[in-house]
Design a binder for this molecule. Structure first.
Ligand code: AMP
Length: 360
């Protein structure tokens, strides 16, 4: 049964993803209620109402559940316990299990490997001794990451041809938190796919985007990606398998490394709309944001084909100063997030350049 027009969708998290979800919800006739501790956050500027409280505040969660017909979230570090508690009172999509899998890099890789999706080799690391053993297994090289709460390349350390002993004190320096060592992946490019699963189990997937990162932050997403059709198909197939295995409802982003032979290793799952899917608002009839709202509202999903080739670029920090010049370009779709202060590394907005009409 679909959500009647005028119903309220609760959104946990008030950043730009919440903002774009709220805008898409409004176009479909829904109201939105944002739970976010920061007042006047990007999402609250366009939503109907904000509850100003922590994401795990029991009173606030009860208020959110009571006022919403369905609750979703815009970031993957929503406390799993809070999502579970909320699910007792109101429908929560995507399911809490998706949060649980995506929040811990070890659980995530075990889940992916368990459903037949390849990832980088990895070892959990909780001590310098375990790090030494893991580095030895990976010929002295690898990327050490925090298992939890890492984003945009934060909480990571690279080891190349490590000599014995050079890792002493690493675990303490990383904050004595659970870690994972991943073997280096000699990728030729990075791609991601945005897919959606409806309440009826139907699945649609956008074309994979090719992503370039700068200083650990997404810089551009280009569509189409320069990959073979079989590689694109493998990405679609993996996304569909993940969605089905999690009994998922909503939009998911899956990041992959592409190897020289065209095969894929999955890197990360994002159980939400994703930065590398922002191009869909400019190059597709229905964006990832509307697709997500359709899914969680029990509405039919739209097809996910694109009408144009395009490049999406993030505006980070002072990049926003480029806006007047960008607006002079034809076929450029700009999106700013309403953030007052342009701090270094802060995502201020993005734009998508439409390049040419896709054939057929
Ligand atoms: P992540 O936080 O896992 O998305 O990693 C940030 C970026 O670091 C990725 O987009 C890659 O460019 C690079 N990276 C992460 N893990 C690996 C790996 N195992 N091998 C090679 N490069 C990696």
């Amino acid at each position: 049964m679909s959500l009647p027009t005028g119903s309220t969708i609760g959104i946990i998290g008030g950043g730009q993803l919440g903002r774009m979800l709220a805008m898409a919800a409004a176009r479909l006739g829904y109201r939105t209620l944002v739970l976010e501790p920061q007042q006047d956050c990007p999402a609250a500027q366009v939503a109907d109402r904000q509850i100003v409280a922590a994401y795990d505040d029991a009173t606030a969660l009860a208020e959110l559940a009571a006022a919403s017909a369905v609750v979703t979230y815009e970031f993957e570090n929503v406390p799993v316990a809070a999502a579970r508690r909320l699910s007792d009172a109101v429908a929560v999509y995507p399911p809490a299990r998706a949060l649980e899998v995506a929040q811990d890099r070890v659980t995530e890789k075990q889940f992916l490997n368990g459903i037949g999706i390849a990832t980088a080799d990895f070892r959990p690391v909780d001590s310098d001794a375990e790090l030494a053993a893991a580095l030895k297994a990976f010929d002295g090289s690898g990327i050490l990451k925090t298992r939890r709460l890492g984003y945009d390349g934060k909480g990571q350390r690279v080891f190349r041809n490590m000599e014995a002993g050079g890792y002493a004190g690493t675990c303490e320096a990383m904050g004595n938190v659970p870690l994972i060592l991943e073997a280096f992946v000699p990728f030729t490019r990075e791609v991601s796919i945005i897919a959606a699963r409806g309440a009826d189990g139907s699945i649609v997937a956008y074309d994979p985007a090719e992503n370039v990162h700068r200083h650990g932050i997404l810089h551009t997403s280009t569509v189409p990606a320069a990959i073979a059709p079989q590689t694109a198909e493998a990405a679609r197939e993996a996304a569909a398998r993940i969605l089905a295995a999690l009994d998922y409802v909503g939009v998911i982003g899956v990041e992959f490394f592409v190897l020289a032979d065209g095969s894929l290793l999955a890197n990360e799952i994002a159980p939400r709309v994703h930065n590398s899917g922002h191009w869909t608002e400019a190059a597709c009839a229905v964006s990832q944001f509307e697709q997500h709202v359709r899914a969680i509202a029990g509405l039919p999903l739209a097809h996910a084909s694109r009408h144009s080739n395009c490049v999406m670029e993030n505006l980070i920090g002072d990049d926003v100063l480029r806006v007047p010049g960008l607006l002079a370009e034809p076929d450029l779709v700009l999106h700013l997030y309403g953030k007052a202060e342009a701090r270094p590394g802060r995502k201020m907005g993005h734009f998508t350049r439409l390049e040419q009409l896709a054939a057929g």
